[in-house]
Design a protein around this ligand. Structure first.
Ligand code: ZN
Length: 284
């Protein structure tokens, strides 16, 4: 069994023309439902104390009051509530994974560019970092691996997790590309920068290397920042994965045999629903 979490309340903010359009989640949710998947509301409500496990104390109020400054990441009334709802689904997926059922959070806003005290790149709170931290609070000996397959470097996740002996962070991303970080590995953060135009074979080879480091780390749980913007037709990145590549990626990750969950990050092509479906077919 597996569990997919989604709350369509997350469709209720948008800026015309912004890449993170509500239709992304709406169309993917529609496709999954049509193929017979149940989409569950979060069964955990993330709290301010949960957010404070990953972020500096003033960060949530800075999101609420729009005190941060990032032109890609507009301020909306109530955005902190949407961000907390996205975090709630991520924690729900993480708890499902810990209980032995792979989980996935199909939500927005995404999270992997949100750092300790920074909202950026369409991200306000780092959903995945919060989810991993909530699991770690319940079980202090927990070892977690984080795999980021979004086409952009997970700079926010690295900011939060760098130097933690209980966490291994692995990111595959296009370089050069926003945010311009992740050019080399640092401590517990293994970065695989890939040149624009990288296709499936080279991508999967890097993924296998990353997964072998993850397996060697012997984590209790594997958390995946699942971005789909490495797809060849994505409008804001230039990697060259095919639709079917995401089935292979999900299969390779599942093949590691770890307790696992994923959260939606980026992915802006109109094909997002089929990419998500292909990934989940093998990942879950
Ligand atoms: Zn991205």
């Amino acid at each position: 069994m597996s569990r997919i979490y989604c709350d369509l309340e997350c469709l209720r903010y948008h800026t015309p023309g912004h890449p993170d359009a509500p239709e992304r989640v709406a169309s993917a949710a529609e496709r999954l439902k049509r193929s017979g998947r149940a989409l569950l509301p979060p069964d955990y409500t993330a709290t301010e104390a949960d957010a404070a496990l990953a972020h500096d104390p003033g960060h949530l109020s800075s999101v609420r009051d729009g005190l941060y400054c990032d032109e890609d990441t507009p301020h909306y009334d109530g955005i902190e509530l949407f961000a907390m709802l996205s975090a709630s689904c991520a924690v729900s997926a993480a708890m499902s994974a810990a209980a032995g059922e792979p989980g996935f959070s199909l939500m927005r806003p995404p999270g992997h560019h949100a750092g300790r005290r920074r909202a950026a790149g369409f991200c306000y709170l780092n959903n995945l970092a919060i989810a991993v931290s909530v699991l770690g609070r319940a079980r202090p000996s927990l070892r977690a691996a984080i795999l980021d397959i979004d086409a952009h470097h997970g700079d926010g996740t690295q900011d939060i997790m760098l130097g933690r002996p209980d966490v291994l962070f692995v990111s595959l991303h296009q370089s050069p590309l926003y945010p311009g970080t992740g050019l080399r590995s640092e401590g517990n953060c293994l970065n695989f920068p890939l040149p624009p135009g990288t296709g499936e074979a080279a991508y999967l080879a890097a993924l296998e290397k990353g997964l072998s480091s993850i397996t060697a780390f012997k984590p209790d749980v594997l958390a995946v920042s699942a971005g789909f913007d490495a797809f060849r037709a994505d409008p804001i990145a230039q990697l060259r994965l095919e639709k079917t590549s995401f089935r292979r990626i999900g299969g390779l990750i599942a093949g590691a045999g770890l307790k696992r969950f994923g959260v939606l990050e980026g992915g802006y092509a109109p094909d997002l629903p089929v990419l998500v479906e292909n990934f989940l077919e093998t990942f879950l």
